[in-house]
Design a protein around this ligand. Structure first.
Ligand code: PHB
Ligand code: FE
Length: 333
């Protein structure tokens, strides 16, 4: 209710239709319409149409909503996705796909962020059934499929961790514990649960801090969801636990660094604009990779693993890179 009120005040009007035979609402956003049934999501625009698995769609939509359109491009698959212009958002179909472009079937609409945010939030909430958690690993959630039955609002609106300075500091994001409902994941029972002893000089107690990141990550109940655990100016440490497949294909507008903290992730790396294959990167514990600013990537984690994503939040980067003032790679050897 509060959200509706805020949206009304911001002049945001979500356009939806009444439930279809399967119980799901339809949504209209600019030239795009979205519908779902038991298994699939159907997307239509003036020059084309597309069909996606409802499960894959909801997992991608969940990330796009929770990350507020993230950095650069969030591809739901090889056809559909969003581009964040940090104030407005493009919704596109076929735009970053060579074949669709050549056939002139691609389409892009640009929206003020509050409108696409509210529409995506409403769609995610209406289309997520009771028992399905789009953030959970396949082994730890129920099914996305079937006619509409109930909802899972607590899961699809869960708080995203974004520390101001560092997790565990007074007034900042809290550490995780059994008491806070964050139990150790089934695949991380071997992770030490101690905390470092921090002995700060008098007067510096709120400025010197440390915590056990492995313990913190072992207690994550979600997958493929980087959270900001420490901040130094534009330098954000965004670790995450991964299992199965990253539900989006991320198109970069800046360089991102990956540090593999445990287990293995295989990255498929493609050209950001055409989708042409560029490389496959297999990362083992201790491996470090820099993803260039002109690629898109999707990760595969055979077992739950810990990954540190290191982001540079400098808002000037996309323009500096797209105008050639900065290179697309961070380092020349
Ligand atoms: C990424 O696109 O870089 C990314 C997104 C989510 C993750 C990990 C990496 O969990
Ligand atoms: Fe990325």
């Amino acid at each position: 209710m509060a959200v509706d009120q805020e949206q009304a005040e911001a002049g945001v009007q979500v356009v939806w239709s009444g439930p279809n035979a399967a119980g799901y609402r339809g949504f209209t956003l600019g030239g795009f319409t979205f519908g779902r049934d038991d298994y699939f999501v159907y997307v239509d625009w003036p020059t084309g149409s597309h069909v996606l698995s409802a499960e894959g769609f909801l997992k991608a939509l969940q990330r796009d909503v929770a990350w507020d359109f993230f950095y650069g491009i969030v591809n739901f698959d090889g056809v559909l996705g969003t581009v964040n212009h940090y104030g407005t958002v493009d919704l596109f179909a076929g735009r970053y796909n060579d074949a669709w472009r050549k056939a002139e079937l691609d389409h892009v609409d640009n929206f003020p962020t509050p409108l696409i945010r509210a529409t995506f939030q409403a769609m995610l909430n209406d289309w997520t059934n009771q028992g399905f958690d789009p953030f959970a690993s396949p082994d730890e959630t129920g099914s996305a499929f079937g006619p509409k039955h109930g909802d899972n609002t607590p899961a699809v609106t869960r708080h995203r961790v974004t520390a101001h300075r560092m997790v565990g500091l007074a007034g900042d994001e809290p550490l995780r514990s059994d008491a806070s409902g964050h139990t150790v994941n089934r695949q991380f029972t071997d992770v030490e649960q101690d905390e470092p002893l921090v002995e700060a000089e008098a007067g510096f107690q709120d400025r010197v801090h440390g915590f056990n990141l492995f313990k913190y990550l072992s207690r994550s109940d979600v997958t493929w969801n980087p959270s900001v655990v420490s901040v130094c100016h534009d330098s954000l440490y965004c670790p995450t636990t991964e299992e199965y497949i990253l539900p989006i294909i991320h198109g970069n507008d800046r360089v991102e660094w990956f540090v593999q903290l445990s287990d293995t992730i295989i990255w498929q790396v493609e050209d950001r604009d055409s989708g042409a294959v560029r490389s496959r990167v297999t990362m083992h514990p201790g491996d470090v990779a820099a993803m260039p600013a002109d690629i898109r990537h999707q990760g595969y984690a055979p077992k739950r693993s810990m990954l540190l994503v290191w982001e540079n939040a400098d808002s000037q980067l996309p323009q500096l890179i797209s105008t050639g003032k900065l290179p697309t790679n961070p380092i020349d050897f």
